[in-house]
Design a protein around this ligand. Structure first.
Ligand code: SF4
Length: 154
């Protein structure tokens, strides 16, 4: 991915941030933010830490788009489309038993992913940044934390 120039985001980001982690649940977010771009690790900014603290680190974390959009703007539909091949590579490699879409950008890929991988169950949650903006971070993290804990206890 380092040399990928399938969309213009590579011209302004520091690194493409690939997914990382171990576990059978794959969390898919929107795109790297400032911290992720700086340290080349997904979900380590304010929103990412809220998610990791709620669901634990024993999961695979990635994003719909691997390069940070300038000023943290939303990635465009064509950028999401251009980057989809990298997400497919990750799904092929990780073979997740469950996919958790974090935010509407990630969830916009659900139709394509479920057509390609019809057996994988999924969940959708609002993005933690949205919960933080609305003053609902505690409720958001308690809800997602409880659901993921139940799933892991199986
Ligand atoms: S966002 Fe994805 S498609 Fe665009 S340059 Fe980065 S890795 Fe390539």
């Amino acid at each position: 991915m380092e040399d990928c120039h399938r969309c213009p985001l590579r011209d302004t980001c520091t690194y493409p941030v690939g997914g990382s982690g171990k576990g059978y649940i794959m969390f898919i977010g929107e795109a790297p933010g400032e911290m992720e771009d700086k340290y080349n690790i997904p979900f380590i900014g304010l929103s990412g830490r809220l998610l990791r603290n709620a669901v634990g680190n024993d999961n695979y974390f990635t994003n719909a788009v691997k390069c940070r959009p300038p000023d943290n703007r939303k990635p465009t539909a064509s950028e999401i489309e251009a980057c989809f091949c990298h997400l497919v590579d990750e799904i092929e490699e990780v073979k997740p038993a469950m996919i958790v879409y974090i935010g509407t950008t990630a969830y916009s890929l659900h139709r394509k992913i479920s057509a390609m991988y019809p057996g994988i169950p999924y969940l959708f949650f609002y993005h933690p940044a949205y919960a933080i903006r609305r003053g609902k971070a505690k409720e958001w993290s308690e809800e997602i934390g409880a659901i993921i804990k139940l799933i892991k206890e199986g």
